[in-house]
Design a protein around this ligand. Structure first.
Ligand code: UDP
Length: 387
């Protein structure tokens, strides 16, 4: 093969690396992906009956405070001024998230000022306080007190993780802020928005370079491929963004993941829930949330009498399932350390992305990590290789 670099996986990490190597260094890059589309989990496509863009692997909201990443992504797409907001249904009543003064006042049927609300919550947090914060429940109770924890966090988390919150690491909810004002923006980042003409158009532009060849429906591990891409390992550098345990044939044991199931439905009504994402905090329904995609793009000319909704369910992944979230148990972390030792023995292969590093990465994190990998590893590597 006439190629300088092989990239396994056409998600944001892989395509950022491919784009930089082709554009900046003039390298010839082959990107393979076992799926029949590019974009990894950020892929979206149009639902044919309604024309509404559906994020096929769950809602993807772009946000970052990293100026380098923001400037980079803006070379491929412009962004709308979408600001993500989420509501949650608890005992038949709708509350704003993340937990803020509006949520607190509604929950306690009160009109507390920020100072009064802080005093109340710290009193409730003190009641449930433990000496050392050892798990998600301890952390949540310390942050918001037991009543709010039990209403909005405990059962949602149990549904999403199928694990007792007392057995989950505290970091799982570190993404969720608590605000003592009425600001209910979900993200606190400097930059936020959705790609004006959709995720797939953005991602296609990243791959659109004469030096980049994308081969879809091509599995790195399928030895019956016409051209065995695995043979390139050892001859050209490989950037591998597939599951790290799969690469080593699960030699250290499988890493555990949670997967999501999506149930999509076209509903013959103009507006199903009045908001893009509605969480369901209680165990009376099995899904964790419902996405209604037309609300991500109020600026678009979508039909007034139809809508697309997607119910999201969460469960432990089995062999054939798509991995979404690393479960990250103590056993997983131990195995990951051993895989990292094996990675160190593979100087010709760079592991990256969510699957390749067994890390939950937001889109901007995957892109930021890929830009660093390009600057710190690939650029020097090809500089020394140059004749
Ligand atoms: N969470 C919760 N209730 C909610 C939303 C989130 O308890 O209504 C907790 C839950 O443990 C979840 C974590 O916060 O796993 C992170 O939620 P987020 O919505 O940020 O995660 P996403 O699945 O969207 O990446």
């Amino acid at each position: 093969m006439n190629v300088d670099l092989v990239v396994v996986g056409a998600g944001f990490f892989g395509l950022t690396v491919a784009e930089r190597c082709a554009n900046e260094l003039g390298l010839r890059v082959v990107v393979i992906d076992k799926r029949d589309h590019i974009g990894g989990n950020a892929y979206s496509s149009v639902e044919p009956e309604t024309g509404i863009e559906v994020h096929r692997y769950g809602a993807h909201l772009f946000h970052t405070s990293n100026k380098v990443v923001w400037d980079y992504v803006n070379t491929f797409t412009s962004f709308t001024d979408y600001r993500h907001r989420v509501y949650t249904t608890h005992k038949g009543e709708v509350f704003p998230l993340p937990i803020n003064l509006g949520t607190i006042n509604q929950f306690f049927h009160s009109a507390y000022s920020p100072t009064e609300a802080r005093a109340l919550i710290s009193e409730q947090a003190a009641e449930g306080a433990v000496a050392t914060v050892a798990n998600l429940e301890d952390k949540a109770v310390a942050l918001i007190g037991r009543p709010l924890y039990e209403a909005f966090i405990r059962d949602y988390t149990a549904k999403q993780w199928q694990t007792d919150p007392r057995e989950l690491p505290a970091e799982v909810i570190s993404r969720l802020p608590v605000r003592y004002n009425y600001d209910n923006r979900y993200f606190s980042d400097t930059y936020e928005g959705l790609p004006v003409d959709g995720y797939t158009a953005w991602i296609e532009r990243m791959a659109d370079h004469p030096n980049i060849e994308v081969r879809l429906s091509t599995d790195f591990f399928d030895l019956d491929q016409e051209i065995n891409i695995r043979d390139t390992v050892g001859t050209v550098p490989v950037v591998y963004t597939g599951p790290v345990d799969r690469y080593f044939d699960y030699s250290e044991g499988p890493l555990s993941w949670r997967t999501l199931d999506f149930e999509e439905e076209v509903v013959q009504t103009g507006d199903y829930q009045g908001t893009p994402v509605m969480n369901y905090a209680d165990t009376d329904v099995e899904y964790t949330r419902i996405h209604e995609f037309k609300h991500f793009h109020p600026e678009r000319d979508y039909p007034a009498d139809k809508t697309v909704i997607m119910r999201e369910y969460s469960r432990f992944a089995e062999d054939a399932d798509e991995p979404y979230y690393p479960v990250n148990t103590a056993v997983d972390r131990e195995r990951l350390l051993r895989y990292r030792e094996r990675i160190a023995e593979q100087p010709n292969v760079i592991f990256g992305g969510r699957l390749g590093t067994y890390q939950y990465l937001d889109m901007h994190m995957a892109i930021g990590a890929a830009l660093s990998t390009f600057e710190n590893k690939l650029r020097p590597l090809f500089a020394t290789d140059a004749p």
